[in-house]
Design a protein around this ligand. Structure first.
Ligand code: ASP
Ligand code: MG
Length: 318
């Protein structure tokens, strides 16, 4: 299904407000330089039709490595972090012109430096949950400026945005989000974003009321994207991954797995809470409240994906 198919499915918005699509790219969609080029193509194509907000995860497997580093041998943590720094720089070199690589190296260096005190405290056995979260958050803080630079290279006007300014976490222990404050912060931020800008927001990250970095739990970029889509009344949240839609079981391991072509938001929430859809467990909550459709799709396996819609829209279309 392409973008115009989706537009046929939902009735046109009665207001003149510019349409917004939130595009979320998971780690596997940004796992290789080729995949990142694919992301840039999708964003460029979508931005011809409407305003786009991009939400990105860390590059594939990076959060796993950061987790291992945060809980592993503290004496080796800094070396491991430096390897990740080099890996990102290497990816940047294959995608960007030297001047843009330099600009990215500067941002990467700053993000690296932010993590070092947390690693030191963990090494001195004085680390807290905030230090672990600061380490885990580095994956998205390394990836968002990279993806944003690649979008600029592709001719778009883009900036990266640290979601700790947008997502307010009420209870840092369990990543519980203060929804009202978060909605206010997202709306206030977006009024300052020019119509031609494609922001690239770090998934997975929020901040406590005292401004300290907190993560939303593994897979949390889905939730970030849903919070942004709901707050901005986006016409759709597109969740891009390496599989063409949601299945009854992992299609790679289970040949009998069946794809869900369409679900209501409530059905998806039910299945997701039962751990059947592989999205962050709170993803559907903001979307149900705002009646925002979710389209799960892939550019690696082009197809129709899975459309998750408000029940009333599905009923009206059948
Ligand atoms: N990078 C984080 C994780 O791997 C968040 C996400 O990908 O949604 O859990
Ligand atoms: Mg991930």
């Amino acid at each position: 299904m392409n973008n115009s198919d989706f537009t046929d499915f939902v009735s046109p918005s009665p207001s003149d407000a510019p349409k917004i699509r939130v595009l979320k790219f998971g780690g596997s969609s940004v796992g290789t330089p080729e995949a990142i080029v694919g992301v840039a193509g999708v964003v460029r194509e979508t931005s011809i039709e409407c305003r786009v907000v991009v939400v990105v995860s860390a590059l594939e497997c990076v959060t796993d490595q950061l987790e291992a580093l945060a809980y592993g041998d503290a004496n080796e943590a800094l070396g491991h972090l430096f390897s990740l720094y080099r890996q990102h720089l290497k990816t940047a070199r294959t995608l960007l012109l030297p001047k843009a690589v330099e600009a990215y190296r500067h941002v990467l260096g700053k993000e690296f430096a932010t993590v070092v005190p947390s690693i030191r405290r963990i090494r001195g056995r004085a680390g807290s949950k905030f230090d672990v979260d600061t380490i885990l958050a580095a994956g998205e803080r390394f990836s968002a400026p990279l993806i944003s630079s690649v979008l600029r290279h592709a001719g778009l006007n883009s900036r990266h945005v640290d979601a700790s300014h947008l997502i307010r976490v009420r209870d840092p222990e369990n990543g519980h989000v203060d929804r009202d404050q978060t909605t206010r912060q997202i709306r206030a931020w977006y009024t300052g974003v020019s119509a031609s800008t494609v922001p690239v927001v770090t998934g997975f990250i929020g901040a406590s009321s005292c401004g300290r970095t907190v993560t939303l739990g593994r897979g949390g970029s889905d939730f970030t994207a849903a919070l942004i889509a709901a707050s901005l009344n986006a016409e759709v949240l597109e969740r891009w991954t390496d599989v063409d839609g949601l299945y009854t079981a992992d299609p790679e391991r289970c040949p009998d797995a069946r794809k869900y072509d369409q679900l209501t938001l409530e059905e998806a929430d039910f299945l997701n809470r039962a751990d059947q859809l592989g999205m962050h467990r709170h993803t559907l909550e903001p979307l149900i409240e705002s009646r925002t459709p979710l389209h799960v799709r892939s550019f690696k396996q082009p197809g129709t994906g899975t459309l998750i819609m408000p029940a009333t829209i599905i009923a009206a279309a059948t």
